[in-house]
Design a protein around this ligand. Structure first.
Ligand SMILES: C[S@@+](CC[C@H](N)C(=O)[O-])C[C@H]1O[C@@H](n2cnc3c(N)ncnc32)[C@H](O)[C@@H]1O
Length: 197
């Protein structure tokens, strides 16, 4: 069981909140909560759950959420894959955002990358049919690896990045845009089943 559910506090999401009916979006590796907070303000009828491994960043995110009294945003501490697995029911999320996951460029560290086959399995389980996984990175080799793993995964189909919404920038997106670094984007739509066409 995830620690966030063992000791629920005002910022922790009980199962009722996760299942409460309004669309749920997840920001994995939410850093200090900039994107979660901006999205929660922009889309008051959507709930946003941030997941972040570093406690200090979780606390900073929660402080912003509390200051702005955002009832539709929560942030929990945890590792991305394990938190999806331990905390989230099947088909609970309309969108999962993964923005600038740590690239782990050294070959011996690449097993630590978040986006891999095991992650796609878990993302597929928590995203509702027709929902999307949206990934951005500035790291070309990591992006190529993501494309490769997505191509071999039958449960997602590549979708248009533009989906009619205007998204606020994430912290790292703003930083990389200011440096004029290329940003690679991948949107994957979840099929009804693992074998759907
Ligand atoms: C490069 S930053 C990007 C932050 C933010 N998504 C953005 O676009 O501004 C990566 C963030 O993900 C967190 N992180 C890295 N791996 C993680 C994992 N496996 N589970 C949860 N958080 C993770 C890091 O602590 C960091 O805050």
């Amino acid at each position: 069981m995830n620690a966030a559910l063992d000791a629920p506090g005002p910022a922790d999401p009980p199962l009722e909140w996760l299942r409460s009916g309004e669309p749920l979006e997840i920001d994995l590796g939410c850093h200090k909560g900039t994107f979660v907070v901006a999205m929660a303000r922009q889309f008051p009828c959507v709930r946003f759950l941030g997941i972040e491994r570093q406690r200090g960043r979780v606390e900073k995110s929660r402080a912003k959420i509390e200051r702005l009294a955002l009832a539709n945003a929560r942030v929990v501490p945890g590792e991305g894959l394990e938190t999806l697995r331990d905390l989230l029911p099947d088909g609970v999320a309309r969108v999962v955002h993964v923005s600038f996951p740590d690239p782990w460029p050294k070959r011996r560290h690449q097993a630590r990358r978040l986006v891999n086959r095991a992650f796609l399995d878990e993302a597929w389980r928590v995203i509702e049919p027709g929902g999307t996984l949206r990934v951005m990175t500035d790291d070309a080799p990591y992006f190529a690896a993501m494309i490769g793993v997505a191509a071999g995964f039958p449960g997602f189909r590549e979708a248009d990045w533009e989906d009619g919404r205007i998204y606020p920038e994430t912290e790292f997106q703003r930083k990389f845009a200011a440096l004029a670094k290329p940003i690679y984007r991948l949107a994957l739509r979840r099929c009804d089943s693992m074998s759907s066409e």
